[in-house]
Write a protein that binds this ligand. Sequence first.
Ligand code: UN1
Length: 520
Amino acid sequence: MANVPGFHAVKDQVFADLGLYQQLSGLYDGQWLSGEGRPRVAVHSPINGEWLADIAVGDENDYDRLLERAWSSFEEWSLVPAPKRGEVIRAIGDRLREYVDSLGLLVTLEVGKTPVEGKGEVQEMIDIADFAVGLSRQLYGMTIASERRHHRLYEQWHPHGVVGVITAFNFPCAVWSWNAFIASVIGNVVVWKPAPESALTAIATTNVVNDVLDEHGLPPLFFLAVDGGGEMGRRMSADRRLPLLSFTGSVGTGREVAARVGKRLGRSILELGGNNAAIVTPDADMEIALRGVAFGALATAAQRCTTTRRLILHESLFDSFLPRLVEAYTTVGVGSPLDPDVLVGPLINKRAVESYAAAIGQAEKAGGRVLVGNARLELAGLEGGNYVAPTLIEGLPPDSAIVAEETFAPILYVLGYGDLDEAFAIHNCVPQGLSSAIFSNNLREVEAFLSVVGSDCGLASVNTGTAGAEIGGAFGGEKDTGGGRESGSDAWKAYARRQTVTVNYGVELPLAQGVTFDVN
Ligand code: UN1
């Protein structure tokens, strides 16, 4: 087996700190399902291909029992006053603070993020916990002036009940927490189906948060159902017992989820693919632009929904900015994330490496020129890992089929533009609409980008990259990205049902719109 410096020591320490074993249960319905005689999903590290653990998965009966228990938890939890619910989430946030290093390193082992990014992921959970605590005292409804004498009209927000959350491997716990902490502070209970590739992080997180509930004498609120294939996702999408389903993943699967949830007239929050672009204008601060584009395009080995996949570069910058970017791509450290010199870790699996190679092949066929990259990397001591060289491709028409696609791998398409209208047309010509950025110190350019004729995305950034959003803002995007919003601002409203209340405290029955209806 490949000998990555530190790999086994880190693994032993992380497993010990988090109470993990190599045989684990992936179904938590208040108790962990016994793994005996159950099918299992194997989890491997993308760093070196090493087997990390086997996870036992449940069947349809186990899932039904889980849903019953989740609804019985809801009966109790929904009656706890919201600020008291906030206190519980605060305790969960505090407990997570104790696990920043071990959970962060588990993210590194399981999905290949660098340790700072792994820790950042756990920090994102802590941040959203803090946000949820504040929210627990701010679940405001509006009061509306009634047109009728002695009438009061107002809105209130109630929890939906049990909320389903399906997450992708690339943010194996942060995206769950965006949903779970906001949903639970409103009074919902959560059933989580994580990506099988990151099941260990989900199990460890579930353990940490439910321990806190136990200590508070509360019922389980954070249920877990790992599944190896698509069956659990299909079951959850069709299940009327989940009035709301939040799905983060590919556009293709998102379409199926939306159709199934829509058929039963349920609600969904969709956070699907991005195809994010950064526009760099001649008025940019080139140092900031270079770092912003590099971070956006290379962080997490380009496996973020917010990764910069297209660079829309002014024609005059091809001789100055581009060579510097090529240099950065040539010298950036690629390899085991446990090596402190590495910024770009492995892709999640072999399939991702195949997609990388196929996309570059298709780009070359369409007339693209590879400036740097285009190599599967066999790194000494990391033979089972999934490493590729970060790749820059120029010369493709901006509307070519491969540029319109989100390939979850470090490939950045460089597209030239002449005037800003052209830059916006290129920017908005892809089907996805998640994140966007402009690098410019020119007020007119910046404001045009932020105006209705500029970026059509859910997230728009100025002089900072497409990736790395804070939790305080609502997160999500338009068009094929699905329109959902998670995380901050007033995204909480999607996790609640609105009730418009009319109270007549008078001695008569006046009707709205001046209607009369006298029965005697
Ligand atoms: C995702 O890739 O699904 O903005 C989420 C970012 C992170 C979240 C990305 N805070 O890059």
